[in-house]
Design a protein around this ligand. Structure first.
Ligand code: AMP
Ligand code: FES
Ligand code: ZN
Ligand code: ZN
Length: 322
């Protein structure tokens, strides 16, 4: 297989695009495609400040790298979740982020947020105490990450929050949402989520049209070292099972995932879910404490979570002997 551009040996063949490229031309193509996605969905402009949520994985580090190569004002945010089940997942992830900055972009700005230091419990501990998510910390983890990304972007004056979600992630979520007809989630699933509330950053996913193997190939060719392991709590998750199913579909019909996702976006543009979107937005109001949008009365789920943790972990009041 030869590179379509220069005729040298191809490093990757993308059957769904009928395109094979060598390492150098693949990187060029990948950066150009990201720029096109940013333009196509009007994600952000040159003069806007972007906060990239980096997990230490190939997608988010690759995304930060591409945005910096394209000359955007992009800073990183790493959230230390305190996950050390079976191995030090959070510690190793952070090492990859630090190494990325040191070796590739020493002048880049990285913000680090330590959940345990800030709120008094790691994610697995908070999940145990609150009993949310049936013994798995993933739902508490998602809740805290979403809230903290929004908060930091808002407090530090970023216009946009970018995450590394790739096509495989988006398609697995879409599949799950369709399987359960989660209309509220379907209404909100998009490459760009406008700020749902004054002061909140817009959310964007510039890698949403790349297959996972494409983002992995970019990281590899670019020399980005990343954490290969999945979060230990993700093992056996529904999302992984859906990804396996969808991989079978893709093997039989290359491009099926991309088509599924793009047809969904087209249907949304035509107004499918518009009524749901309106209904959902009408339900949101500001949390009485933190101000972030919530559909729950009074306090949002994030504020209630940490209230519960504080209640359980509060040191006992010393009793004076009578
Ligand atoms: P995940 O939910 O783990 O599939 O991650 C999806 C995206 O969320 C990643 O591509 C990152 O942009 C972001 N993300 C996940 N974990 C973290 C973290 N610990 N710190 C900052 N961003 C994260
Ligand atoms: Fe959050 Fe696994 S529980 S990344
Ligand atoms: Zn080439
Ligand atoms: Zn709140």
């Amino acid at each position: 297989m030869k590179c379509r551009k220069c005729g040298q040996k191809a490093a990757i063949n993308m059957r769904h695009h009928k395109l094979a490229l060598c390492g150098e031309h693949y990187q060029e193509w990948f950066v150009e495609q990201t720029a096109r996605t940013i333009r196509r969905y009007k994600m952000f402009r040159r003069d806007e400040r972007v906060l990239v949520a980096v997990s230490g994985g190939k997608d988010s580090l690759g995304l930060w790298d591409v945005l910096l190569r394209l000359g955007y004002q992009a800073d990183g945010l790493y959230i230390d979740l305190g996950i050390a089940t079976r191995f030090d997942y959070s510690g190793q992830s952070f090492e990859k982020v630090e190494q990325f900055v040191e070796t590739l972009w020493p002048d880049a700005q990285l913000h680090v947020l330590d959940v345990n230091a800030l709120y008094g419990a790691t994610i697995p501990e908070a999940a145990r105490i609150s009993n949310r998510g049936r013994g798995k910390p993933c739902s508490v983890c998602g809740l805290v990450k979403r809230h903290e990304m929004n908060r930091i972007a808002h407090e530090m004056g970023y216009d946009v929050l970018a995450t590394g979600h790739n096509l495989d992630d988006e398609v697995a979520v879409l599949f799950s949402n369709v399987l359960h007809w989660q209309t509220g989630y379907l209404a909100r699933q998009a490459p760009v989520l406008p700020a749902s509330h004054p002061g909140l950053a817009r959310k964007v996913k510039p890698f949403c049209r790349f297959y996972e193997r494409e983002t992995a190939a970019y990281a590899l060719l670019r020399g980005i070292d990343y954490i290969y392991e999945e979060c230990p709590h993700a093992v056996g998750s529904k999302t992984i099972a859906y990804k396996e199913l969808l991989a079978q579909l893709e093997a039989q019909s290359p491009g099926a995932k991309l088509q599924f996702y793009l047809s969904f976006l087209r249907a949304k543009e035509e107004g499918l879910f518009a009524a749901v979107q309106e209904r959902e937005e009408g339900r949101l109001h500001a949390c009485e404490r933190c101000g972030q949008p919530t559909s729950a009365p009074g306090l949002c789920a994030f504020c209630r979570l940490w209230d519960r943790v504080a209640e359980v972990k509060r040191p006992p009041v010393p009793t004076t002997p009578l």
